[in-house]
Structure formats: C-alpha cells, structure tokens
Design a protein around this ligand. Structure first.
Ligand SMILES: C[S@@+](CC[C@H](N)C(=O)[O-])C[C@H]1O[C@@H](n2cnc3c(N)ncnc32)[C@H](O)[C@@H]1O
Length: 323
C-alpha cells in the first residue's frame, strides 16, 4: 500500500466541521500544511468555481505528491474551485498572499491578481509519516540516516550543524525549551564530549550517545532538534499573526497541534486576541478583542480514532473565529 493509501488524516471530521464557510461570498481558504491533502479533499469538495483554495507545504517532495493527487481528484469534480499548490513555509504566508499574482493555479479556473483577505485558515502541524518512516534525510532515531531533520531542504541549517557547533548553554537551552528535557545540561555535556572525538554525521551516532546518557530522553532530544532546525515555534507564531491580520470578519482559524509546546503557542495567541486591553486610567478598551475562542478546551480524538490511527493520540484541535 502506498503512503497516500495508508494515510489517515487526524481529527478529519472535527476539523472540517470547525471551518466557517461563507455562503454567498467567494471563499478563500488556506491549508498551511497540505501534504497528501487528507483534509484538503474534504474542503475542496465543498467549494465551487467562485472559491479559491491555497495549499502550502515547505517540503517540496511532499508538495509534488500533493499536487499529483489534487489534480486526479479535481478531475472528478465538475464545479472546481481555483487551486494553488505553493512551495512555501507557512511563516511566509503574508508574502504568498501579497504576491499571489506571481503563482499559477494548478487548474486555471480563475487566476488572481490580488488577495486581501481570507475566510478560513487551517493547519495540521507536525511532520508527515514520510518524515518519520524514511531515513534519507529525516530524523527518526528508529532509522540510521544523515543527521538532517530539515523539512525544507533549501534551508542550510541541519541537525548535524547544531549538535556539532552549538555551545553548551545554547544546546542545553534548546533541549530544555523545545524538548521539555529535565536532564538537558547533562545530555548536552555528553554530546559535546562525544563531538570532540568525532563530529556527528548520522542519527544513529547521536542516538547512541543520548541513549547512553539517558535512554528515556531520546525522543525529547530528537524533537528539540527538529523544532530548532525548522524554527517551528517562530514559524507558527508568524502564521498565527498573518492569519489573524488577514482573516475577514466571521472567518476562522483551526490548528491541530501534537505537543504541548505548539499547543501552548496557539492557546496563548487565541487568548491574547480574545481579551481587550484596558486602559488602566480611563478603564476603556485600548485595544479591542478580535478573536472569539470557539474551543475553550482543545478537541481531542475519540478512542476509536486512536485505535485506528495511534499517531492521532496526542492531537489537539483549537479553533477561533474573527470578530
Ligand atoms: C501532518 S502533515 C499534513 C497532513 C495533511 N493535513 C493531510 O491530511 O494530508 C504536515 C505537513 O506540513 C508540512 N509542514 C510542516 N511545517 C511546515 C511549515 N512551517 N510550513 C509549511 N509546511 C509545513 C510538512 O512538510 C508536512 O507535509
């Protein structure tokens, strides 16, 4: 079975239900993490020729497989929306939208000269199972491969670069902040001792040193490096800011995250924008609230979804609506 056939999108029904489609309006929708358009397929079938769908992925190979699948699915849809598949980090969404005239839709229903606002943005964060289940350039400690971890191979920094050059305090901080690792300093010390003998090149070499230092820390150290290499937290914050700025009134943001660090960023962002800032002297709203939080608690997968797809276990969906 191919990866595409095996792929089960996480919280599929819950995500689709969370999107606020406009009835009598041209829907402009961004899927910030397209991959195999697992979620996108459910969205596109709700759209027609006056709507626009923009899918982004920073992994060029993943985007190519997405584009091929999209074209075959669109061929069965009579009333097609205009569909763009764009190779971009979602932190660059602002630039993509301002330069939309520069990109070609994959199906030429209508092309756009400009785009000022959106009504739906959603993202299914984390990596794809291709990243986890292949060794070539990825990061799983279950396989031996180059110590790379880049989602976008056009960026120059790799995990090897970080473990071979970060000074002790920066390395420990990376493990503590991005991996919630309580033995961050101890593990950083062991890595630095090992790299002085021979710089790290492969996932296996790093996994051996970390396992010897403290076996249970292995997933957290790998997670921390992946987050640092891809600037995942910085990108997510930029995505949320752009989405918030570009969303039309009544539009929605839905984000599926997979670990507490990402979820915290989404939760705090939604909370910050849902509370007015009050002038301490006049008691008046200085900056009014702009987002209504729809999910007071995150939506999580049902037991039966977890049974079918154990990778869904840690998924958390948060939704907010623009005032
Ligand atoms: C979990 S998969 C998305 C799966 C998709 N919803 C589906 O059901 O087919 C996440 C995808 O987002 C991409 N991605 C991760 N971080 C990104 C970023 N900062 N910008 C753009 N794409 C990103 C990854 O390359 C991967 O293909």
């Amino acid at each position: 079975m191919s990866v595409a056939e095996k792929h089960i999108p996480v919280l599929y029904g819950e995500l689709i239900e969370s999107l606020h489609f406009f009835d009598k309006w041209h829907n402009i929708i961004v899927d910030a993490t397209l991959w195999l358009w697992g979620h996108a397929s459910g969205v596109i079938e709700k759209l027609g020729k006056w709507d626009v769908f923009i899918g982004l992925d920073c992994d060029e190979d993943n985007l190519k497989s997405a584009t091929a699948r999209l074209l075959s699915l669109l061929s069965t849809q009579k009333d097609q929306p205009t569909v763009y598949c764009i190779h971009s980090n979602f932190s660059e969404l602002d630039k993509v939208l301002s330069n939309i005239w520069n990109y070609e839709p994959i199906n030429w229903v209508n092309s756009l000269n400009s785009l000022n606002s959106l009504n739906i943005l959603y993202a299914d964060l984390w990596v794809s199972s291709v990243h986890f289940d292949t060794a070539e350039r990825w990061f799983s400690f279950r396989f031996d491969g180059p110590l790379d971890m880049r989602l976008d191979t056009s960026i120059w920094i790799t995990a090897a670069e970080l473990v071979n050059t970060l000074p002790y305090d920066k390395m420990a901080e990376t493990f503590r902040i991005y991996g919630d690792e309580s033995r961050a300093g101890f593990i950083a010390k062991k890595i630095i001792e090992a790299r002085e003998l021979k710089p790290f090149e492969t996932t296996k070499e790093l996994a051996e040193v970390v396992t010897k230092a403290w076996k249970d820390s292995l997933p957290r150290i790998f997670q921390a490096l992946r987050i640092a290499v891809n600037d995942e937290y910085g990108s997510l914050k930029k995505l949320l800011e752009t989405a918030h700025d570009k969303l039309a009134s009544g539009g929605s943001i839905s984000i599926i995250s997979f670990h507490s660090g990402e979820d915290r960023i989404v939760k705090h962002f939604f909370r910050e924008k849902s509370e007015a800032i009050i002038d301490p002297v006049t008691g008046q709203d200085k900056i009014p609230w702009t987002l209504e939080v729809i999910t007071k608690k995150p939506i999580t997968p049902t037991e039966s979804e977890i049974e079918k797809n154990p990778r869904a276990r840690s998924a958390l969906l948060r939704v907010a609506k623009k005032k």
